[in-house]
Write a protein that binds this ligand. Structure first.
Ligand SMILES: Nc1nc2c(ncn2[C@@H]2O[C@H](COP(=O)(O)OP(=O)(O)OP(=O)(O)O)[C@@H](O)[C@H]2O)c(=O)[nH]1
Ligand SMILES: [Mg+2]
Ligand SMILES: [Zn+2]
Length: 289
């Protein structure tokens, strides 16, 4: 049988297959191959037979992507969440999360929550210009939640974003979950040491990795020269740069900077690109330390 690994605690795993949950263990060969099963794995298994307590995993399908800490595989969609207001948006964090997702080959989208407090369209547009799907929503009024539900349907979803932007509130509103929200979850998160990761059923075949995905930030050092590849909105204007290798940060005669000045690309996003460039440059120069 084939199923989805949704939970693992101390070597005992739960596999979901056609509405049923099966308790299974991994066979010894996986430990030998140092190929431990990971939540989100598509596995071949057989259920417990006559008198046995547990079934067994016999095969793990190749992973299309994987988060390391905590380990989750085969994520179909990363929701990067920020609030239009309260807390003030940390868009540099969002840019970093989107970049890390690209590097990890995880499709990502942008969710602007709390649009009942402030209009998030201009912020969402910064990302739409960059080719991202961006939705303005409110967990409180329900604005945009049908569209969000449609984006998530049938997928394994992970989420990320600074504290208090409403990640738990959104999951609760979208799927009728009962995750802790507000101050309580923030206090507890500091003390909580996660012993296991779990995929929660949002509905039917939609799953959410119950972790805010911050491990994404520990990405490998990257050559800053490559950063512009991740900003497709710059491409049409690069032909107007004097230098073929222009990084659009301080070079004279830069078509991209011109385009930002003319409002053709979001100047704020270009500014954050510069910050990210400097940060990557610093990390890159220390990569052999
Ligand atoms: N006005 C408004 N407030 C919201 C909205 N969504 C969430 N909130 C409030 O924002 C606060 C934080 O929400 P949470 O869902 O706990 O935020 P979180 O992102 O899960 O926070 P952490 O678990 O700390 O990372 C709560 O007081 C929510 O009631 C919204 O759409 N509009
Ligand atoms: Mg939360
Ligand atoms: Zn340039």
């Amino acid at each position: 049988m084939n199923g989805l690994l949704i939970k693992g605690v101390g070597g005992l795993y739960t596999v979901y297959c056609q509405g049923q949950r099966y308790l299974v263990k991994a066979r010894g060969k996986f430990r030998k191959d140092s190929q431990k099963p990971v939540i989100g794995d598509r596995v071949t298994f057989f259920p417990a037979q006559g008198g046995e307590d547990f079934g067994a995993i016999t095969e793990i399908a190749p992973r299309k992507n994987q988060l390391i800490r905590p380990a989750v595989a085969n994520i179909d969609l990363l929701m990067t969440v920020f609030a239009a207001a309260s807390p003030q948006p940390d868009l540099l964090l969002i840019d970093k999360l989107l970049l890390s997702a690209r590097l990890a080959q995880i499709p990502a989208m942008v969710v602007v929550n709390k649009c009942d407090l402030s209009d998030g369209e201009a912020l969402a547009d910064q990302y739409r210009k960059s080719g991202y799907d961006a939705l303005c929503v409110s967990a409180h009024t329900g604005q945009g939640l049908d569209a969000l539900r449609a984006r998530l349907a049938g997928k394994i979803v992970a989420y990320a974003g600074q504290s208090a932007v409403g990640k738990s509130s959104l999951l609760n509103a979208v799927a009728g979950l009962n995750l802790e929200t507000g101050a309580v979850s923030r206090i507890e998160r500091g003390r909580h040491t996660t012993r296991h990761v779990e995929l929660l059923a949002l509905s039917g075949d939609t799953w959410v990795a119950d972790t805010p995905g911050f491990s994404l930030l520990d990405a490998q050092p990257m050559d800053p020269q490559r950063l512009k590849e991740f900003y497709p909105e710059m491409r049409p204007y690069e032909k107007d740069c004097r230098f073929l290798s222009c990084n659009h940060i301080g070079e004279p005669v830069c078509g991209v900077k011109e385009a930002a000045r003319a409002g053709l690309i979001a100047p704020q996003r270009l500014e954050r690109y510069g910050l990210l460039f400097d940060e990557l440059k610093e990390k890159w120069s220390r990569r052999y330390d």
